[in-house]
Every structure is written in C-alpha cells, then in structure tokens.
Design a protein around this ligand. Structure first.
Ligand code: SF4
Length: 455
C-alpha cells in the first residue's frame, strides 16, 4: 500500500467524519459555483489570469529584479532565500538582531513548507499562528490539511475540548461564537506582546515593490500594525507585473476559495511604518527547478485558492493529511514530486483523472493532465512499486495477444459468475472493499459485436 493509501485507509475508518468532510467541502464547491455564475465574465477572468501568469513565468527574472528595486526604493529590506534552510536562517537573523522572542504569524503555506515554526521553537522563540484554523492545528501539533481551511478535518466538539484544555474555556461548550471569542481574547494579548510579525504573501507587485495579503480575520494586519518588525515571506512565483492586474486575481481568489466576492481584508504593504522595519524574504526552494520543467511549469501559476481540493473526490474522501505533503490535493500532487520524486511518487496516482480540478482552477492549470504526465515520469524513473509494475507488465502481454485476451476474458466471466464471494472479495481485491463488481456478461464484446453489428 502506498503512503497515501495507508493514510486514506486510516481516515475513512471514521465513516461519519469522512461523510461530513466530503459534504463540508462539496458545500464550499457549490458556493464557489454560485459565486462564479454571478459573473458573466468569469471565463474571461480565468483566461486573463492564466495569461498574466504565463507572462510572469516567462519573465520571472526581470520581474523579480524590478520588484526588489522598487521595494528597496520604498525602504523595504529585501532578502533572497535559495531554500528552506536559507529562509529560516534569514528570519532567525532578523529576529536575533531585534532580540525578538515573541512572534505572531498569519497564514503562510510557504513557512509551513520551510518548517519555520519548528526552527524557531528549537531556538526558544515563541511563534503563534494567528489565523483561527491555524491556531487550532498548532495547538493540536498538526500540519494544516487544506490550504484555505487548515482545520477542516476537525469537528467543533473537538475544538471545544481542545480550547477547554489549552485556553480554559467551559467544558463541553462547542458553540462556535463562544469559541471564536475565546480565541480572539487569547490572540489579542499575543498581538500586543509581539516583537515581530510574520506573514505570507498572496501577491507581490513588480511595478510598485508592494505586497498584498488577503485574510478574512484581519490577523495579518493586527500583527503588522502592532509589531515593530514585519517580515513577509514570498515564493518567487507570487509576482504580478502591475497593480492594475490585481483586480483580476482578487475577483477570482475568494470566489474560488469560499464563494465570497472578496476576502474581508485585502491589505497592501509598501513601506515600513515610521520607526519600524519591513522585510520581504523571496524564496525559491525548488521553484526554479520546477519552472524549468516544460510539462509542469504552469502549476506555478497556482494562487492557493483550494478549489481543486474542494472538488476532488479523492481529497474529499481521504483528507488532506493523507497527502503527507505541505500542499495537499491535486495541486500538491503535482508540486510535491518535483521536490522529491521517490517520496511523493504515490501522489499523482491519488486521482481519478476526472478533470474536475482543472475545470474549477481560476488560473486554468491543466492539473489532471499534469498528474497523468507525472505518472509517466514516475514509470520512466523506475519509481513505481512492484505491486503496480508487475500487473502492468502482465496486462501489456495479455493485451498484445488477442487469443490469450479472449481466453482470459472467458475464464474471468465464468469465474465471476460461479466463484463463491470470499474468493472474489478478499484482501487481494482492494477495489472490491467498498464496491460490488457488476454482474459478469454472458459473452464478451467481440461476440456481442459479431452477433449484433456484423450485418
Ligand atoms: S491549482 Fe488552481 S484550483 Fe488548485 S489551489 Fe491552485 S489556483 Fe486553486
């Protein structure tokens, strides 16, 4: 069994949670559809966004230099990080320079990818995730299971129990309003005490050197407005050429993510407050290698809306943690093998290739086609397990030989009709664990065709 299959197997043991997870995400998908349908220009927006990002990826070197030049003119300190270790080292040095021991951080998949929290905690620096969902999973010592809804796999009763243990809320009170208020009080104190604020970046604007951060809770702003040092961590692919392009992406992002017309807060940061410091850390961490792969480069267009996860039948019924990678779901299954083909070779197979992910993607990434291409790469690189290569080889031989194919077809049809159930549904038949095979037809297609269509 692959890692994904094992973890998914574990997830679906809790049938009620699986059903509820599936329905909750499908509900978000439906909200996305309703919101998109309100805009007659929706497809035009998708196409425009895709083309803007094509331009960015083709001219990334120029836009990055332009961004740095403009940001520096505004008094921003710009850093370049080649990989996760570099990213963490840079942030560690900034914090050390300011003797910063208490940090607040808004949601950032990049800092998750770089394992920044572990790095800082090892150095006795307190880092508090201030997005409510992120704070919940931080208290549970878990990674996020979704890029937009990091705690979507957790029920409100579990949050009630967690907050009772960690924040001292009333026992057995899982009222969402009550719990949100408790979290707000707890986080407010953390904001006031913070020595530095760290955020992710949704968009960097090459023309202005500014960064844009979209949140629903205003937590990125609370941090940046109160702490004397603000640090924005940005992957190299996050750039847009001009401020005028932002409107296209803002209209797409929240609608695709949650069905909202826009996020509650869309904040623009261009320069430090008087007496404060603003840093932007620009991070590669494997992205330029990915950019060099013709078949996969356009997955760097991703704006992390999560729509491909909400619609994916595998994600919805296997949970984000089954992907054992920072970015889960269909897009994670394309991005992760680029980082480590061996470790993530199972992920492109965690898909039905139904194409629903590509249909909803606001920047028109051909996700399911790239998943299929990864499968071929994985095969060529001998990273397929024997449990897949041996049946594939046998099947190839059978398909190459019509008389063997016909005879085996006859045997299989006869066996399906006559064998007792336990010989068909057992541990060797993973497919049949939750499904019944259809009744075997009396004759094969060829015989049927000869009889019915050979006039
Ligand atoms: S691949 Fe597309 S749908 Fe999936 S998170 Fe990225 S932008 Fe959204």
């Amino acid at each position: 069994m692959s890692q994904h299959s094992k973890r998914a197997d574990n997830f679906i043991k809790d049938e009620a949670r699986t059903d509820w997870h599936d329905k909750a995400l499908w509900h978000v998908r439906e909200k996305r559809d309703a919101s998109a349908e309100q805009l007659p220009e929706w497809e035009l927006l998708r196409e425009t966004a895709s083309q803007i990002k094509d331009n960015v990826l083709s001219n990334l070197d120029n836009y990055l230099v332009q961004f740095e030049t403009e940001a520096k003119k505004n008094g921003v300190i710009v850093h370049w990080a080649e990989d996760a270790a570099d990213h963490n080292r840079i942030i560690g040095e900034i914090l050390e320079k300011h003797n910063a021991r208490k940090i607040v951080k808004s949601k950032s998949m990049l800092t998750e990818e770089c394992k920044l929290n572990d790095f800082l905690e090892e150095r006795d620096i307190e880092i508090i995730d201030t997005d409510l969902g992120e704070r919940i999973i931080q208290l549970r010592k878990e990674p996020p299971s979704h890029v937009v809804l990091p705690a979507i796999h957790i029920k409100k009763e579990e949050v009630g129990e967690l907050f009772h243990q960690k924040l001292g809320t009333e026992k057995d009170n899982s009222d969402p309003t009550y719990l949100t208020k408790a979290a707000r009080t707890h986080l407010r104190n953390k904001f006031f005490e913070a020595d530095a604020a760290i955020t992710g970046v949704n968009f960097g604007i090459a023309e202005t050197g500014g960064v844009v951060i979209c949140t629903n809770e205003g937590n990125a702003d609370m941090g940046c407005h109160s702490a004397p040092v603000q640090i924005h961590c940005m992957g190299i692919e996050k750039l847009l050429p001009k401020a005028e392009h932002l409107g296209v992406f803002i209209r797409l992002l929240a609608r695709s993510a949650t069905g909202q017309p826009s996020t509650i807060y869309t904040s623009h940061y261009h320069q430090p407050r008087p007496g404060a410091e603003m840093h932007v850390v620009i991070v590669d961490n494997g992205r330029s290698t990915h950019l060099g792969k013709e078949d996969f480069r356009n997955s760097l267009k991703c704006i992390r809306c999560g729509a491909c996860m909400n619609t994916c039948p595998i994600y919805r019924r296997s949970g984000g943690h089954s992907y054992h990678s920072t970015i889960p779901g269909p897009i994670g299954a394309i991005l992760s093998p680029n980082k480590n083909l061996k470790e993530y070779s199972d992920l492109p197979f965690a898909s039905t290739l139904c194409g629903s992910c590509s249909n909803v993607c606001p920047v028109k990434i051909d996700i399911h086609e790239q998943l299929y291409k990864w499968r071929q790469e994985i095969y060529k690189n001998n990273e397929l397990p024997k449990s897949k290569t041996i049946p594939l080889k046998i099947t190839t031989k059978v398909f190459e030989n019509p008389s063997v194919y016909n005879s085996l077809g006859k045997i299989a049809r006869g066996s399906l009709r006559n064998l007792p159930g336990f010989m068909i549904y057992n541990n060797f038949n993973a497919w049949g664990k939750q499904r019944d095979l259809p009744d075997a037809p009396k004759e094969g297609f060829k015989q049927w065709y000869k009889k019915n269509r050979n006039e």
